[in-house]
Design a protein. Structure first.
Length: 339
């Protein structure tokens, strides 16, 4: 056993885990102890802070692991970040459909993302073992991403998940009854000596199950960039850590990104083709990064131009908010009676 080698392998993982855990504790335990709706300025500050931390980490990868690994990390981060932005569309629908008070949304997103960190660690580890042990899995992942890309093009509608059919919610309701009203930022309450799940906890379960679906798309995409598990995991986690801040920054402007879905479809298809053809064509990391950034940049520019011809981003945002307000609200009273 080479103890020195094992130490150098374990150390980066340990440091990363300590840093991320410390930041999350500071976030919820110090900076956001009291429930409140972050202002766009506050959220922008947090989003920039998470981005700068990711950039600093990426620089460390360049310094200690070389330019190839550094480029792979950057590309993985960009891919995961762009796919994470698509999550925000669904978050908006979930919060609207379940009428979540704005001041409690940050808390739901925090615990949702914490669960996502743990869930993705397991999924990334499992996917890494599959790829390392069974090389043909890379072709399956590639074909799946191509299929997902075409599905993104075909399906332009977004719908909030249904609480009554959600599996995690069904399992939770087997153990505890549902309280019909929000009770502050509490996930559970005790009434007459009996514990109840609040609607906020059910929304958290929906967020977690939604992230699981997105993870199935995004994790194979990053393995299309690199097979290095540390690069895959850390770039993935840094991208989703800033997601809740990005939600509060972009929630009012996402309606203007008309061509985001086609852009994500193109990114997924490109990465899928890269995986399927990996034994035939070798694409340098800087080429992959340039293609992905190019696709996203073109989509943003075209979206802004299109939005301007339709009254501007603000008009589209107001229209989207109006449509969201007409979504059928979840009847928690009915759920409580059925518990």
């Amino acid at each position: 056993m080479n103890l020195d080698h094992d130490f150098h392998v374990i150390l980066p993982w340990a440091l990363f885990t300590i840093v991320v855990t410390s930041l999350l504790v500071l976030d919820l335990g110090v900076f956001n102890r009291k429930a409140h709706e972050p202002t766009r300025r506050e959220a922008l500050g947090w989003a920039v802070a998470w981005f700068l931390l990711a950039a600093a980490f990426n620089i460390g990868v360049y310094i200690f692991e070389g330019s190839t690994r550094g480029l792979e990390w950057t590309t993985g981060y960009v891919v995961e970040w762009s796919l994470s932005v698509d999550n925000i569309f669904v978050f908006i629908l979930i919060f609207s459909t379940f009428a979540v008070p704005p001041q409690y949304r940050h808390r739901v997103l925090f615990w949702g993302i914490l669960g996502a960190v743990i869930m993705r660690a397991l999924l990334i580890g499992f996917a890494g073992v599959l790829i390392n042990q069974l090389h043909f899995v890379i072709y399956i992942f590639g074909a799946f991403l191509i299929f997902t890309g075409f599905r993104f093009l075909r399906d332009n509608s977004e719908e909030a998940p249904d609480l009554e059919t959600n599996r995690l919610v069904k399992i939770a309701r087997r153990f505890y009854p549902v309280w019909p009203h929000y009770e502050g930022q509490n996930f559970t309450i005790i009434k007459d000596g009996k514990r109840y799940l609040t609607p906020l906890f059910l929304v958290l379960l929906v967020i977690e199950s939604t992230d699981l679906v997105f993870a199935v798309d995004s994790i194979p995409a990053i393995y299309g960039v690199t097979h290095n598990t540390f690069v895959v995991y850390t770039s993935n986690i840094f991208a989703i850590l800033g997601l809740r801040s990005i939600y509060f920054v972009l929630a009012g402007y996402l309606a203007g990104l008309i061509y985001l879905k086609p852009a994500l479809a193109a990114v997924l298809t490109f990465v899928g083709l890269k995986m399927v053809l990996s034994d035939v064509i070798h694409i340098e990391p800087y080429v992959s990064l340039a293609v992905i950034i190019g696709i996203l940049t073109i989509a943003v520019v075209l979206s802004i131009r299109k939005a301007n011809t339709m009254g501007g981003v603000a008009a589209l945002a107001n229209q989207a908010a109006e449509e969201a307000s007409h979504h059928t609200k979840t009847d928690f009273e009915k759920l409580a009676q059925e518990s």
